[in-house]
Design a protein around this ligand. Sequence first.
Ligand code: AMP
Ligand code: FE
Ligand code: FE
Ligand code: ZN
Length: 278
Amino acid sequence: MKVDLHVHSTCSDGTVSPEGLVRLAVREKVKVLALCDHDTTDGIEQFFAAAAKTELRAVSGVELSVSWSVGTCHILGLDIDWRNSELQSVLESFRSGRDKRNVEIVSNLQRCGINITLEDVIRCSGGDVVGRPHIAKALIQLNAVSSNQEAFDLYLKKGAKAYVPRQLLDPMTALMTLKNANAITVLAHPVQLNIKDDQLRMFLDQLKTFGLDAIEVFTPHHTHEQVIYFQKLAKEMGLGISGGSDYHGRLKPERHPGMYGKLQPIPESVVEVLKRDI
Ligand code: AMP
Ligand code: FE
Ligand code: FE
Ligand code: ZN
């Protein structure tokens, strides 16, 4: 049995619809699948409706990017009450922050001499969450760059010519918001925090105080050695162990539902993080 607690749909920057993800999971023999779009829960109802016609256990989720100076910090909320109004207002303000930022990035690109409009970018997206991957796609279509990576390297990555930062919540506030929506909280791809062991332990302790339940150990972002390291760290710190493919469809073709690393199945045991203590 395969399981996967982190995938994206067309509602954010994935290229497969929520229904398509259910079909794909069934075909790939994934039995438990959590939809964790960036900043939106819009796909969840469709996802559940499609899964109800199959044997798949669908899990609600969301992925929040939070402020973190030295690297990237993404927090997943799993089995979340997506109708929670506080959560929805946080997600809405994230999306409106994105919309403002997209306008600024597009005008920076225009200043670089590229004939791009916001409409070009929106046409490249599938839902309400429009982000840099869609800007990259528009740049490819306009022949301004030849690949997604070139778009990031020349224009979109931190420090590049058209880069604009985004207003984000701090990790503790994000955790509290997710907890208030009854989520099981997971630190996604922790290697991206980009801090050393002793600092990492202190930071994880703080996050735990604010409601962090687990860390994502099995992820294609980690090398084999990192998987072993984070597994040990989670056990030592009393945190649960999660796993997900961070599948984005065609955007990241090397990733596959239910798999991490060089196509190794995510251990079934990660579904333990979904159990709630009584
Ligand atoms: P956004 O949410 O609009 O800030 O875009 C974040 C997405 O952009 C990430 O999920 C990655 O897919 C992509 N991304 C961010 N930084 C880079 C980079 N340096 N190179 C390639 N892709 C990147
Ligand atoms: Fe993404
Ligand atoms: Fe992420
Ligand atoms: Zn993700």
